[in-house]
Structures are given as structure tokens and as C-alpha cells.
Design a protein around this ligand. Structure first.
Ligand code: ADP
Length: 545
């Protein structure tokens, strides 16, 4: 027997029309070189309608890829809506990628047009002759003092909008499974891989950001996404805010800690989100600022050091809330919000819970799979396994099926490449990425876990742990440590600090002090670079582990 309910597509036009109809009075603030601009959702919606017509004028195909090369701005948000609502596919190009990766991605996705912030032209323009499918570049003037090339392919965004009449009526996307947007993973191994979001996945993911144990986005929130709209959809915050009717504050090109803390304070921001580096940078500036409106500081993308979260709790009164996910998971997969089972814990124990990646959000299924036996591990916090994920906003394959067959299991789960444990409530604790695990004498050592312990040292700014060869144990850990400015630290002190915190056989065999941890194009620890640098190391390792 079939259910007798209406079969309406879960598609982004609903998000647009809802925002336009009910939240026209709400605001989108963008900070740019010339100062802040504030638009109402009503004004923004008219611009989205103009842009929809302009995409036709530009001759973008019915499902053509619309590239964006933009900061977090209200105009980028116009593209976030106009492209998918007209059946096109929004393709956010990550401005931090290396030039050759960008060229590969734009060609692979077959971008037809690219909208580019004027301040980012110097990064994009040198590549245009290698972009085979792009017919037009639309420059969005963000006030940057950058020359705009005199080239027939170049258009001005505002002129284009002014010349276009607003699209009339309702946007319609009939098949919720059609593509709405795409993002490429940064491709630490091999070429970048395209993740293609559908309308359905984008809508369901947005809905989850409104649920109470996730971001609980509400109409009364003022949200500042520091996480870029060009990477993993700014964690779903833009669409989530439009669906909820929350006000948005968008930081534009100035992502300095000074600028962010200023915006948080000035606009009484209630929810913000960014990677650990952002919150590390802002911490020294937070003291004495009025951040009393903040209720949620989201953090993910890399492990959130326990000490960082605790510093926020003691400085401004709220700790950091950790989320875990990846481009392939839209990205929200787990959230570490407090639950009733944590109520009786001490503050110190609660900090341990917050250092976990958290519980899967509704509709995301997680299993921990033993890499050797292929068996699912019990949720008892003891067994470690590869984290595999399934759910309606999790990729089932990459664009054109390329490059990643190995990342999906035969029964349709995503192999995340992350390794972790989980407690009986499903609170995941990530210990490593499969390729970074250190196998010492047949036993795994979690490099991420060791790093977190080292970073808890008050004199340590950053630490990365890699495997180095050992004749006896095959691999042993080497700690690469960055000391905070003005501090001094010895290798012995690091080991002494770690001794009560980790198993004896996990203690690094050597400690190297470095000026900074090398980063990938998207700001994650580049252990590959460190392995290359310290590849010649040989250690005997301990007598017994
Ligand atoms: P890319 O895939 O382009 O490198 P992603 O943002 O998709 O970039 O990276 C996803 C990866 O980032 C995850 O697989 C995981 O290793 C890491 N990550 C994300 N969130 C967390 C977190 N809270 N703690 C630890 N690692 C995280």
C-alpha cells in the first residue's frame, strides 16, 4: 500500500520563495573594502531574480556549470540561489587551490561562466587561457584596487543585473535529484574529485542545520560564516540561514582575526563557524570584547584542540562546539553538542566530550570498520575502525565516476579515510586518517590523538606527528612541534608532559622543533611535506612497546 501524501520535490526554489515571502525584512550585511553594505532579503531576492534572467542572457545551458570565485558576500549568495533555482549547477571554485588544480577543476566540471570578485582577479586571470570551456567572466566589483582586463569575455556584474529584468513567477525544479551544486575535494592524493550535490541533498542538509542538536538555526539568529562559501558550502550555513530566516553577516575578503572579532561584536552575532586556525587567531583578541550574544561557535575541518575549546570557555564563557564532516558529506555528519548523559560530568570530563567529533546527526549512519577483517566494530570506545558513512546527503560516487571507486564500499557506504572509535551513545572520537596512522610493532598509534595531547602544552602553538622508519618496530612517531612566540621548550619537556597522558609505547621517539607546520592548499596539515622532510630519519625505537 502506498502512502497518500503529496509528492513535492525537495528543491532549493522552496528555500528561495520562503525567504522572499516571509523574511523580506531580514538583512544580509557584507563587509568589503569600501565598508559594510546591508541589503534586505527583499532587495536580495529581486537581484536573484535579475541574475536568473542574466544567466539566460549569458547563454548558460539549461544545466550548465556556473563557476564562482568569490569570498563570503551577499552577491555570492545571489549566485548560490540563482544558479540552482534556474536548473544550473553552482560550482564554487576554491580560491585557495593551487593554479594547476583550479585549471583541472574548471575544465573537468566544464564551467561555462565564472563570476569572480574583483579582488580575486589577480589569482584567476593568469589562468584564463587554460580554461577551455569558460566563455565569460563576470567581475563583481568589491571595491578592490585591481585593474579589470579589457577583454571581450569580461562583463561587469552590476551592469549585467541592471540590464536584466527580474524573472517573474515561481522557480521550478521538478526532479529533486537533479544536480544543484558541486565542490571538488582538494585531492591530497591524485586529482581533485567532484562531489555533486542534488537539490534533495541540499534541502535535507539545510533542514538538519535547523535541528536542535545540530546548529539549531532559528529566525532570531544572526549568523557569521567564517568558513568560506567556496569550500564545502560554508557548512550549509548560507542555505540554512535562508530557510530559517536568520540574519547573515558576511565577512568578505578581510578574514583577519581583528575584522572577525569586530563583526561578531558589532552585529551581536549569535552563531559563527570556522576552522581551528581562525579561532586560534582570534583568541588573544576575544578578551574584553562584548561577545555576549554568541551562543554557538562551530568548529571543524581539522581536530579541535581541547585546550582551544577550553580557552574560549574561560575567556568568553562558551566553549567551541565541534562538528565533523567532509566535502563528500555536504559536510555535516556529526556534532558534539552536550546531551543529558553529560550533565553529571565534571567540567573537565565535559571538555573531553567536546574534544570528540560527536554523534551522527539524524539520517547520517556511521559504522566503524576494521580495515583488516572488514567487520563493523562495537561502539564501546575501545575498538578503532575506519569511519564509513551513509545518508541522503552523502556522496555515492564522484563526478564522472572518476578517481574514487576505492572510496565507496560495495554496499554503498562512503569510506571517509578517517579512523576513530565511538562510545555507546555514538559519540565518535577521531584518532587519525588512514594514510597517516603510525603502525608500530603491528599496533596503531593515532597521530591526531598524539598531536592533540602535545597541543595541550601551554607553550606549544602547533604540533604534527608523522611516522618515521624504525628497523625494529617498522614505524615510530616523530613529533614536529611549533613553539609559541617568545617561549622556549625542549624535547625532554614535551615527552615529560606526554608521559602521564598517553600509553608509554605511544611516546614519540624524537621531537623536532619547526617554525611552522606546512599546510596544504586548504590549510590542513601537510604531513606529506613533513614526511618528505624527515624521511631520512631512522630510530631504533624503545626496547619494549
Ligand atoms: P578536502 O576533502 O577537500 O581535503 P574536507 O573539508 O572535505 O576537505 O576535509 C575533510 C576531512 O577533514 C575529514 O575527512 C577529516 O579528516 C578532517 N576533519 C573534518 N572535521 C574534522 C574534525 N572535527 N576533527 C578532525 N578532523 C576533521
Amino acid at each position: 500500500m502506498l502512502g497518500l501524501m503529496q509528492d513535492r520535490p525537495l528543491a532549493l526554489p522552496h528555500v528561495f520563495h520562503r525567504a522572499e515571502q516571509y523574511f523580506g525584512h531580514k538583512t544580509i550585511v557584507t563587509a568589503e573594502a569600501g565598508g559594510e553594505t546591508s541589503t534586505t532579503i527583499a532587495e536580495w531576492a529581486v537581484r536573484v531574480r535579475r541574475l536568473a534572467t542574466a544567466l539566460d542572457t549569458l547563454g548558460v545551458n539549461a544545466d550548465g556549470r556556473v563557476g564562482t570565485f568569490c569570498w563570503n558576500t551577499g552577491r555570492h549568495l545571489e549566485l548560490y540561489m540563482a544558479a540552482p533555482c534556474t536548473g544550473r549547477v553552482l560550482h564554487t571554485l576554491n580560491i585557495r587551490l593551487f593554479p594547476e588544480q583550479l585549471v583541472y577543476i574548471a575544465n573537468h566540471a566544464e564551467d561555462e561562466v565564472v563570476f569572480v570578485d574583483r579582488s580575486l582577479l589577480p589569482l584567476l586571470w593568469p589562468l584564463v587561457d587554460k580554461l577551455d570551456t569558460v566563455r565569460a567572466y563576470i567581475v563583481i566589483d568589491d571595491g578592490a584596487d585591481v585593474a579589470v582586463p579589457d577583454d571581450p569575455r569580461v562583463h561587469d556584474y552590476e551592469e549585467l543585473l541592471a540590464a536584466a529584468s527580474p524573472f517573474e513567477g515561481q522557480f521550478v525544479v521538478e526532479d529533486e535529484n537533479t544536480a544543484a551544486a558541486m565542490c571538488y575535494t582538494s585531492g591530497t592524493t591524485g586529482n581533485p574529485k567532484g562531489v555533486v550535490y542534488s537539490h534533495r541533498s541540499a534541502v535535507l542538509h539545510s533542514l538538519i542545520t535547523l535541528t536542535a542538536d545540530a546548529f539549531s538555526l532559528a529566525e532570531r539568529d544572526v549568523v557569521l560564516p567564517v568558513v568560506p562559501m567556496f569550500h564545502a558550502n560554508a557548512w550549509g550555513l548560507p542555505y540554512g540561514c535562508l530557510l530559517a530566516g536568520a540574519d547573515l553577516v558576511l565577512p568578505g575578503p578581510n578574514m583577519t582575526p581583528q575584522a572577525i572579532v569586530g563583526l561578531l561584536e558589532k552585529h551581536n552575532v549569535t552563531v559563527t563557524g570556522g576552522v581551528p586556525t581562525i579561532w586560534m587567531g582570534m583568541l588573544p583578541l576575544a578578551d574584553g570584547r562584548d561577545l555576549s550574544a554568541l551562543r554557538l561557535i562551530l568548529c571543524g575541518g581539522s581536530a579541535v584542540p581541547r585546550s582551544l575549546s577550553e580557552s574560549y570557555r574561560t575567556t568568553i564563557g562558551i566553549p567551541i562546539t565541534q562538528a565533523w564532516g567532509m566535502t563528500e558529506t555536504s559536510p555535516i555528519a556529526t556534532m558534539s553538542t552536550a546531551r543529558s548523559q553529560h550533565a553529571a560530568l565534571t567540567e573537565d570530563q565535559r571538555a573531553d566530550v567536546r574534544a570528540r567529533q560527536g554523534q551522527p546527526v539524524p539520517f547520517v549512519d556511521i559504522r566503524l570498520v576494521d580495515p583488516e577483517s572488514g567487520e563493523s566494530q562495537p561502539w564501546d570506545d575501545a575498538a578503532t575502525g575506519e569511519i564509513q558513512a551513509a545518508g541522503p546527503w552523502i556522496a555515492k560516487e564522484y563526478y564522472r565516476g572518476e578517481g574514487g571507486g576505492a572510496q565507496f564500499t560495495e554496499d554503498g557506504w562512503l569510506r571517509t579515510g578517517d579512523v576513530g572509535t565511538g562510545d555507546r551513545y555514538g559519540f565518535v572520537r577521531l584518532v587519525d586518517r588512514t594514510k597517516d596512522l603510525i603502525k608500530s610493532g603491528g599496533e596503531w598509534i593515532g597521530s591526531v590523538e598524539l598531536e592533540n595531547e602535545i597541543m595541550a602544552h601551554p607553550k606549544v602553538a602547533e604540533a604534527a606527528v608523522i611516522a618515521i622508519p624504525s628497523e625494529k618496530w617498522v614505524e615510530r612517531p616523530l613529533a614536529c612541534v611549533v613553539v609559541k612566540p617568545g617561549e622556549t621548550l625542549t624535547g625532554e619537556e614535551v615527552i615529560e608532559f606526554l608521559t602521564p597522558r598517553v600509553a608509554k609505547w605511544w611516546l614519540p621517539d624524537a621531537v623536532e622543533f619547526i617554525d611552522e607546520v606546512p599546510k596544504t592548499s586548504v590549510g590542513k596539515f601537510s604531513k606529506k611535506t613533513l614526511r618528505e622532510k624527515f624521511g631520512g630519519y631512522q630510530v631504533a625505537g624503545p626496547e619494549r612497546t
